[in-house]
Design a protein around this ligand. Structure first.
Ligand code: HEM
Length: 493
């Protein structure tokens, strides 16, 4: 292995050349959680010729990712993803190893995504959320049974495009560009999945045709739409019709502190970052809400929302203030329960770390088994149950990390404020607008197991297997009123 065996730290059994790849199979998260019962919650694993440290409990993640955060700031490079980034010369912020340049680009992105900045994006959340709910409403008139996937992919992508380039996809969920971006980013997400490509760990496999060609093909398709978005922005700037946005601000500022590659890295990140994570959470939660327990949750949630906004219109007010403690707790439970990035993004240490007597040298890659930490029975009561009010009574400040849905420590998700507000608004409005029911066709019903629901188990992010639910408007004329008022308010965007 690249890193020699670490003393005083359990190691999973393996075979020559492949290490523990066969043992871990496609479901690293669940298999490691099982193996942790035998080998301890932190162990070393040989994946081909690379050595990784896996952390599989809430306490272990807290110890390594939070208490040792200054030592865990980098990301390892993997062969296939390197091919994707080869000619472009840039990584997304989430895949970049630590460097001064990354620090600058990350700071620029973090400023554009901080709590204050998110307040200025509320009209975009209003527009995109209304567009998706309205399309569900209109399509529901033809058939109540709908697969919600595309609706929230467009929601997420359009917000990213608006923030970054000042543009949005105007089409329906069948729009060609939307589907191209979703398909390509999904494949790139697969490539980044730790369990996906054994060629990352077994160099001999790289000689087989296909791996490199596939990565290059998807990289080329991504380059094409990134260029297209960039050109659209430049065209608008030339005509003076551009909207304020991250890329535009950098381009217009003669003293911009960012290089071309740093800007490119931000653009790449913005397009990719929320595209699967956010819809994965929304869609699996819609699936859950259609279940028997989901019916109870929807009724409680509806009452709680109405109670929390007594003198205001909740459709509008939920944009500005997260007044319902129940919905806030529900959102946290969504992130904990589904753990859609079930192995988070891997990290690499920049300094030695000592863990329970084991000296782990700088340069070692680490994997947070987010799924295992978020379902750790030592930390969470009934971890396998979805309990919407689980986090009620816990203040958002001073209670430490409550779940690891956004990772932890120095390289924690930079989009957390935006994502939290998006989830709060989407769930509040969905419950105000509809009763989400099970479809009458049993074959189209969702799989609700947090691991089995994933159509590509080796991917980086959970991609729900296709399913349908019924969206039945609670009150069509009220919903029409809400849609019309939001559309009027956001018409200028
Ligand atoms: C529900 C939605 C989301 C989830 C569950 C999620 C989760 C994550 C996780 C687990 C990481 C890795 C953190 C770590 O290494 O500890 C991450 C990184 C990141 N996320 Fe998110 N994310 C979401 C939405 C977003 C959005 C909407 C954006 C921005 C538009 C965003 C921007 C980023 C960036 C820039 C990083 C890289 C941070 C770094 O490496 O320094 N995320 N996210």
């Amino acid at each position: 292995t690249d890193i020699p065996k670490i003393e005083n730290l359990p190691e999973l059994p393996g075979v020559p050349m492949f290490g523990s790849l066969f043992l871990l199979g496609k479901h690293h998260a669940r298999n490691c959680a099982r193996l942790a019962k035998e080998y301890g919650d932190v162990f070393q694993v040989r994946l081909g010729n690379r050595r990784f440290i896996y952390a599989n409990s809430f306490e272990a993640v807290k110890e390594i990712w939070i208490r040792n955060q200054s030592a865990l700031m980098s990301r390892p490079k993997l062969w296939t993803f390197d091919v994707v980034s080869e000619t472009q010369g840039v990584y997304t912020l989430g895949t970049s190893p630590w460097s001064e340049s990354l620090k600058k680009a990350r700071k620029a992105a973090a400023t554009a995504l901080n709590r204050q900045a998110v307040q200025t994006y509320l009209p975009f959340i209003d527009l995109e959320c209304t567009t998706s709910i309205n399309e569900l409403f209109q399509n529901g008139k033809k058939s109540y049974d709908i697969d919600p996937n595309g609706y929230f992919q467009r929601f997420s992508l359009n917000i990213s495009l608006t923030l970054n380039y000042g543009i949005r996809i105007q089409g329906t969920v069948h729009d060609q560009m939307l589907n191209e971006v979703v398909a390509v980013e999904r494949e790139l997400g697969n490539i980044r999945g730790i369990a996906h490509g054994w060629q990352d760990y077994v160099p001999l496999l790289r000689l087989l045709p296909g791996y490199k060609a596939n990565a290059i093909k998807f990289r080329a398709r991504r380059d094409e739409y990134l260029l297209d978005f960039y050109e659209q922005l430049k065209e608008r700037m030339a005509k003076g019709t551009d909207h304020p946005c991250i890329a535009g601000n950098v381009l217009k500022d003669p003293e911009a502190q960012l290089t071309d590659n740093e800007l490119k890295s931000i653009c790449l990140t913005m397009v990719a970052a929320g595209l699967d994570t956010l819809p994965g959470n929304i869609n699996m939660t819609i699936a859950y809400l259609s279940s028997e327990h989901g019916q109870e949750i929807q009724e409680r949630m509806y009452d709680e929302i109405i109670k929390s906004y007594p003198d205001e219109d909740p459709w509008d007010a939920c944009l500005y203030e997260e007044k319902s403690e129940f919905v806030v707790s529900f959102v946290k439970e969504v992130l904990r329960y589904w753990s859609t990035l079930n192995l988070s993004f891997n990290r690499q240490s920049t300094k030695d770390i000592t863990y329970k007597g084991a000296l782990i040298p700088a340069g070692t890659p680490f994997l947070m088994n987010m799924w295992a930490a978020n379902h750790d029975p030592e930390h969470f009561k009934d971890p396998m149950r979805f309990i919407p009010d689980r986090f009620m009574g816990l203040s958002t400040v001073g209670e430490g990390t409550q779940h690891f849905g956004y990772g932890a420590g120095t390289r924690m998700c930079a989009g957390v404020h935006l994502a939290n507000r998006e989830l709060y608004v989407v769930f509040t409005r969905l419950v105000l607008a509809f009763r989400i029911l099970e479809t009458t066709n049993p074959k189209k019903r969702p799989i609700l197991d947090t691991i089995e629901c994933n159509s590509v188990p080796t991917s980086m992010v959970t991609q729900p297997k296709p399913f349908q639910v019924r969206f039945v408007p609670r009150d069509s004329s009220r919903l029409e009123g809400w849609v019309n008022s939001s559309m009027e308010k956001t018409a200028h965007l």
